[in-house]
Design a protein. Structure first.
Length: 280
């Protein structure tokens, strides 16, 4: 009996050891299998999910749309040399002069230019024009960001074009004359809106691609020369004005000669009648 008791205890011990080794082997095999970590995450993260796929990041780069404008006003000693310098800057920057005007008042002789410059050459043109200028009486440079407006117009235009395509597809399937006329009217309305949006977009693109620069440069007239011009010109203008007034008066009298003759004849008969009455 004692031998049987020890034998059963021995069998129980051996079976327990085998179960423990099997459990340890399973744990080791599970720990040995590791899934690849997610991009940008570590095993220490709380929300780390090794099974989930890494998120796809989509980057959309939108080019900024900037409208640049400038106004420059400065004094110069030589108008012609300054204009030649501006012409050279225009050629170097591939710009163009769209308006050129000049004039004179009692104190200055001036010249005004409006120049269209490619936006990428805006800073270069300003730098070339500024060479030799001691100071600017006016130097106003502005930059207006119209990217949002440009995106909005582009989006609306795409939407209108897609709507037009849908109406064209419906028009192909229409059978009734009334349906065809109604769809064509809708297409015509959409087409007008598309053309309006395209016009706005082209205008915006032209303002973005070409910057507008207004340049005014002037030369001060010496004080003595200014006095001579002001008073001398006034006297001469007065003489010419008097001559023209006298000429106008003579022309007016000549044009009224029939009335003068009638007046003379009428006065003659009245005078003759008065003389007869005195004799009586």
């Amino acid at each position: 009996m004692r031998q049987l008791f020890f034998l059963s205890i021995f069998i129980l011990i051996i079976s327990g050891c085998s179960k423990s080794s099997t459990s340890n082997e399973e744990n080791i095999s599970i720990e040995a299998v590791k899934l690849p970590p997610k991009a940008g995450a570590s095993s220490g993260d709380k929300d780390f999910d090794p099974v989930a796929a890494p998120p796809v990041k989509v980057k959309q780069e939108i080019e900024q749309k900037i409208i640049k404008e400038a106004t420059l006003r400065f004094e110069t000693d030589n108008l012609e040399n300054t204009f030649k310098q501006i012409q050279k800057a225009v050629a170097n920057s591939k710009a163009r002069i769209i308006n050129d005007s000049e004039g004179k008042d009692y104190e200055t002789v001036f010249r005004n230019l409006i120049v269209k410059v490619p936006s990428q050459n805006f800073d270069r043109f300003i730098s070339d024009v500024s060479k030799g200028v001691s100071y600017f009486e006016v130097k106003n440079i502005s930059a207006q960001d119209v990217t949002e407006q440009y995106i909005d117009l582009t989006s609306r235009l795409k939407t209108k074009k897609k709507l037009e395509e849908r109406y064209l597809e419906i028009l192909k399937k229409a059978n009734k004359v009334s349906e065809i006329l109604e769809i064509e009217q809708q297409i015509s309305t959409i087409r007008e809106e598309i053309e309006a949006k395209e016009g706005q977009l082209k205008y915006l693109e032209s303002r973005v691609s070409d910057s507008t620069i207004t340049i005014e440069f002037y030369k001060t007239i010496p004080e003595k020369e200014g006095v001579k011009i002001s008073y001398g010109s006034k006297l001469w203008n007065a003489v010419k004005s008097g001559f023209y007034t006298l000429s106008d008066l003579l022309i007016s009298l000549l044009s009224a000669w029939p009335f003068v003759i009638l007046f003379v004849v009428f006065a003659y008969f009245i005078r003759r009648k008065l003389k007869r009455r005195k004799k009586e």
